[in-house]
Ligand binder design. Structure first.
Ligand code: CAA
Length: 388
């Protein structure tokens, strides 16, 4: 029970939880193969999950951010590799198109993000720009009516499954008049919708990661890619704000993902603690075990309240940047503690591949890093608290 979700939101989450229960047997093989089974995208599309946050006028479910957070939690509780793919597709990528796309762009691209034919990708990070996103070097230059794009985007989730990359690239200006203010560091950064099946796009080898093994993470290189004028999302020079706004919403999704992973690891640990007997009784009878689970479960529930608060603020149209960062910071760090506590309860078995708790710990690890590290979340929170 939570104060932010109504009946519809709970029903959507329950439907996804029921569907997720059937994922179990497919997970180990897909993690081993390093690929998400494509048929799952169709199933998620049928459930309406991929278009959950897309308004009904654009062919989606038009559900709230609160509903989306609850659904992502359910997906992550079952399988984090799938949850992060959905979060990027339906959170940042579809969300940015809904918010900044023209009628034509929405009509052309949103169906491809919600019909199960693929999952959209977001390209901000580059080899020399991570936390300092404004230092990106990829470029876009005008070419007749269209654009030529060059850049090297790194750690792109869903690259292999994506019909499009939402890429942040810099459009150079010829410079202002002498003596004018120097341009801002994010000047010229512009968002482009880049189809990934055009000449000049290369998708790198899948990265070999610690966790989220079935989620695709690859580099995407743009080498003289020609796109039309309709590839421009929003206005020239407004891309940094588009990316930041996308990340604000995306961070709620990553918080939900961390909560789902933590919840399921703690549920496994609780069940095991009731069953496993040592010194003549279930280990749950020992307070050092039960208190550890109680502590981490409390943090996980607190993280959910933070995530749902941020989601609710977004739904009612209020500022939510700080709250999304708080949720992402707290949930991702709580998930580290929860998943490691779960391994500890399982003892030696917890360290073995056969038990999902080790996967939970590996999968949770990325949540303090992607979509802004914990350090960047603290920076965003502190800046908003101390802003003049
Ligand atoms: N919403 C809208 N606009 C925003 C904003 C927000 N939340 N935050 C900042 N902006 C705007 C500002 O208003 C300012 O615009 P104007 O000057 O035009 O008014 C502009 O952006 C610059 O803002 P800052 O001065 O705050 O920029 P900064 O260079 O100091 O950087 C930062 C801010 C918070 C550190 C930012 O660079 C950041 O979030 N870094 C982390 C990057 C990140 O999260 N990367 C994740 C990669 S994507 C990923 O992981 C996806 C995946 O596949 C899983």
């Amino acid at each position: 029970m939570n104060p932010y979700a109504g009946g519809t939101e709970r029903e959507l989450a329950a439907a996804v939880a029921a569907w997720s229960e059937r994922l179990g047997p497919r997970i180990a093989a897909a993690e081993e193969a390093g690929k998400l089974p494509r048929e799952l995208f169709w199933e998620l599309a049928d459930l309406g999950v991929l278009g959950m946050t897309v308004p009904e006028r654009d062919g989606g479910l038009g559900a709230s951010t609160v509903a989306f957070a609850l659904v992502l939690e359910e997906l992550a509780a079952a399988w984090a590799s799938l949850a992060v793919g959905v979060s990027v597709n339906s959170g940042i990528v579809a969300g940015s198109l809904v918010r900044f796309g023209t009628l034509d762009q929405r009509a052309r691209w949103l169906p491809r993000l919600i019909d199960g034919s693929g999952l959209g990708a977001f390209g901000l990070t580059e080899p020399t720009s991570g936390s300092d996103a404004a230092s990106l070097r990829g470029t876009a230059r005008r070419d007749g009516d269209g654009w030529v794009l060059d850049g090297n985007k790194l750690f792109v989730t869903n690259a292999r499954y994506a019909p499009l990359l939402l890429a942040l690239l810099r459009v150079s200006s010829s410079g202002g008049p002498r003596g004018a203010e120097p341009p801002a560091r994010h000047a010229g950064i512009t968002a482009f919708i880049v189809p990934l099946d055009v000449a000049g796009v290369t998708i790198g080898k899948p990265e070999r990661k610690l966790g989220l093994l079935a989620s695709d993470t690859s580099a995407v290189t743009l080498d003289g890619v020609h796109v039309g004028a309709d590839a421009l999302l929003g206005e020239v020079g407004k891309g940094f704000s588009i990316a930041m706004a996308g990340l604000d919403a995306g961070r709620i999704g990553i918080a939900a993902q961390a909560i789902g992973v933590a919840r399921s690891a703690l549920a496994l640990a609780s069940a095991y603690a009731k069953e496993r007997r040592q010194f003549g009784r279930p280990i749950a009878d020992f307070q050092m075990v039960s208190f550890s689970i109680a502590r981490r479960r409390t943090e996980t529930d607190a993280a959910r309240l933070l995530a749902l608060r941020a989601a609710w603020l977004r739904d009612v149209g209020r500022p939510f940047t700080r709250e999304a960062s708080m949720a992402k910071l707290y949930a991702s760090e709580a998930a580290q503690r929860a998943t490691h506590a779960a391994i500890q309860v399982f003892g030696g078995y917890g360290y073995m591949r056969e038990y999902s708790v080790e996967r939970a710990a590996r999968d949770a690890r990325a949540t303090t890093i992607y979509e802004g590290t914990s350090e960047i979340q603290r920076l965003v929170i502190a800046r908003s608290l101390f802003a003049a």
